[in-house]
Design a protein around this ligand. Structure first.
Ligand SMILES: [Zn+2]
Ligand SMILES: [Zn+2]
Length: 89
């Protein structure tokens, strides 16, 4: 892991859960980073979004497609929200 990656992830870990914030209007601490890219071994640590444990579980358990449909989400939207939070951090 490079220094830049480490720094980025440490900031992501301080952000609120993007899903809670944008879908439920609640500020909840995100302690985890979810990788948006699927391919094993090829995901960038920069394509990550801050999520709380329960949203993270839901994302993985419901499989992404169903979760996205239920919350009207897509990868670009989630990443854009994350960048917005990073700019404000
Ligand atoms: Zn959440
Ligand atoms: Zn994940």
């Amino acid at each position: 892991m490079t220094a830049a990656t480490k720094r980025h992830l440490s900031i992501v870990h301080t952000l609120p859960c993007v899903i809670h914030l944008n879908c439920y209007g609640q500020k909840v601490n995100a302690e985890e980073a979810h990788h948006l890219e699927f391919v094993r071994g090829e995901h960038s640590d920069f394509a990550t979004i801050p999520v709380c444990e329960s949203c993270h579980d839901e994302l993985h358990e419901m499989r992404r497609r169903a979760f996205y449909r239920a919350h009207k989400l897509d990868d670009v939207k989630l990443l854009a929200w994350t960048i917005e939070l990073l700019e404000a951090a």
